[in-house]
Every structure is written in structure tokens, then in C-alpha cells.
Design a protein around this ligand. Sequence first.
Ligand code: PLP
Length: 456
Amino acid sequence: MESKIIQGKSIREWKKQYPLMNKIISTEEVFWTNSKYGKFEDAIKKVSLTEEDVKDAEERLKRFAPYIAKVFPETQKTNGIIESPVVKIPNMQRKIEEMFNKEVLGELLLKCDSHLAISGSIKARGGIYEVLKHAEDLAIENNMLTIEEDYSILDSDKFRKFFSKNSIAVGSTGNLGLSIGIMSAQLGFKVYVHMSADAKQWKKDLLRSKGVTVVEYASDYSKAVEEGRKQAEADPNMYFVDDENSTNLFLGYAVAAYRLKKQLEEINVVVDEEHPLFVYLPCGVGGGPGGVAFGLKLVFKDNVHCFFAEPTHSPCMLIGLMTDMHDKVCVQDFGIDNITAADGLAVGRASGFVGKTLKNLISGAYTAKDEKLYVLLSTLIDSENIYLEPSALAGIPGCIELFKDEAGKKYIENNNLKDKMKNASHIAWATGGSMVPKDVMETYYKKGKELSSHKI
Ligand SMILES: *Cc1c(COP(=O)(O)O)cnc(C)c1O
């Protein structure tokens, strides 16, 4: 294994160049800070996407709001805008401080994308946005719609019949399939969701109940995506939602940042030079957390510090960023198995587009063990009565590691944050959970309680 050659170097050489690789390969938890992290004003110049692109996505979501409110009545209270609450979780903060024997300076908050309407995960941002954009493009091209119209007219037989001549395909570990499937089926599209082996049975059942064609694979996410892509290439009326490369998905996620700014103002959470914001984002292929991080950097610039969180068995973004190899390498190359209970994060090869876009904007990345995710899952239920799926807990330990790990301490020092940490806010981005069936959640909870009695 040590002599296996990956991108021109043996594993031994990779380890020598990046000492952290030793721990990563033995699936130990690590906290990595990005030496290429730069000042916002410099870093943003190297990115082709702009604030205007995000604003354009925000406007599009506003145009669709009357339609969304009509077909998904649960969104009526937010007038058809799909948004989640951000809440302070002081009890959980105290619990984890005790559990890991480390004080977290500042205040811990939770961004509850777990409770986003329609599909109960962060995918209700990018995934739904991309389907809406595609529907709008088709309708406008065919002179059936103008952007001045009330989009609730899309809820009609005329439009459903029109969309039914078109189909949409996507590859997913589960949640992206849910959001694309539910939204596309509602509009009238034919939908094919290619599911990896990680995908939970209840997600497949739910999709089938909505008339979605679910194709199952015995292998991982990359295979499901590849098959979806192939299927769409063979059919001119089929649109492929490309989780690995889509700027539309990315922009749909980025809109979250502008809305978060308003939400924080409403609860008197200040973000400025004296009040830094730290955000910890569970990361799979990278589109969701990458898009959100991109938006956050546009909004808060150098006052926000974003970290990706991955399972110890699927650290694809971390390896891609650290080695600058992005999608040229996968975790399996290094003998890491990509098997994790965090199904939303079970991705072996990160998006090259996202890694390169965030290269100088992301502060770092860390990994967490599955056992820890379960323990945090039951602890969050006991302390705050909030129910998340395992993937979504990955954002929680970031604030501990920042203060505990030597690399985290150095990051605070190097960025002149030491005196400001008592004023800091830490947001763990809770990426999914509200749609998990009760009995499944019960087994997660029990597992967490059981593991809590051991050392984690
Ligand atoms: C998809 C997903 C993520 C990560 O999003 P990516 O775009 O794959 O990086 C995180 N948590 C949950 C619950 C997800 O479903």
C-alpha cells in the first residue's frame, strides 16, 4: 500500500509531504487549517461567480414563491420562501463543553436546515432551486411564461402536460434525490433518481410514492452520478442535475447567506470585526456547504470563518483541498473505505469545481467519527429537543476542535482573533433530519445513548 502510486506519488511520499495524511489514512479525527486561506478581497478576485449571480438566484426564488406557497402549503407562513430558523443552543453548548472538557468561547447556534420545508435537508435549497430554474428556462423558451407573471399559473394541467414531455435525472446518496424528486414530480416532470447503496430505504419508498423512478446501485455515490449522467446524455429531453459541477445548485445554496444575515440581526447576533463568526458545514461532494460558504464570504467577508466537516471515512474534500488535487484523487486511492453512517456525507471524490472555487476562501476542514455523530445526536435531543440525522451533527464538534487542536489555536492567533473569541458566534449548520421516520430516529437515538456510556 505504501508504495501505491497516486498522481505520480507513492502514499509514503504523500505522507511525507503532508504529515496529517498519516492520521487521515488511519481514519483518526483531524483538524486542518488551510494555508491557502487568504484575505477576502484578494481571494474573491480569483472566483468567476459573483454577488450578482447569487442575487439573480435570490430573485428567481422570489418569482417562484407564489407557486411554492400554493403547492406546498407548509410554506405559506413564509410566503413561499423556503427558509429555516437559526437558534441558540446554550444547553448543548454546556453539554459538549463538559463532554470534551473544553470551554467554547462565544455562543453556539444551530442553523436548522434539518427543518427546511419540502425535503427536510439543505438540499431543499440548491436542489429545488435548480429544478425551478430549469422549469423557468423551458417555459420561457417556449413562450409560455414571462418573468413578470404570477408563477402560481405553473400549478395547472397546461404546465404539467408541458413539463411531462421532459425529464430530469440525478445521482444521489439520498437527500438530493428527495429534493429533486419531490420538486420535479410536483411540476409534472418525469424524474429518475439514481441512488447509491448508502441511500436509506425510507427515502426510496417516499420517492416511489410520488411517482419518481428510483434506480438502485450496489456501489457508492460516484457510480450513481455516472449512471444518471449517461442516461441524460442519451436523451435530448432529459436534464441532468450535476451535483459535482453545477453552478445552479451552488448558487441556490449561496442565497442562504443573505437570509442568514437578516436572521442574525433579528436575534441581535452581531458579526463585525470585533465579533467574528465561525461556521461549521457538513460536507459531502461540496456543493451545499461550498455554496453556503461562498455566500457567507460575500456577505461577511473576513469576519466569517468557514470550516467543512466530514466523516473520518469520507474525507474527500479535506484531501482534495490539502493536496490541491481536488477531484483528481478519491479517498479510496488512499485505502479509505468511504463507509459511514453519515449517509449524506458518504462521498469519496469531492467536486473539483467547489474545491477550486473555495480554495482561498475556506478556513479549514476537520473530520468526525461516526460514533461521535451518534452521541451528539442523542445529546442534542436530550439537551435541546432537536432531532437531526447523523450527517447533520458533523458541524457540532468544530467549535470544540477550534479551541482544542493546535492547528485551531494557531488559526485564532494568526488571524488576530484571540481577544475577540469571547464575542464570537459559532454556527453549526444542521443539514438534515426532520423527514427521518420516527422508528429510524429511535434507533439512532438508542445508538447514541448506548455509545455515550463509552468513551468517545
Ligand atoms: C447532501 C448533504 C450534505 C452535504 O452536501 P454536499 O453538497 O453533498 O456537500 C450534508 N448533510 C446532509 C444531511 C446532506 O444531505
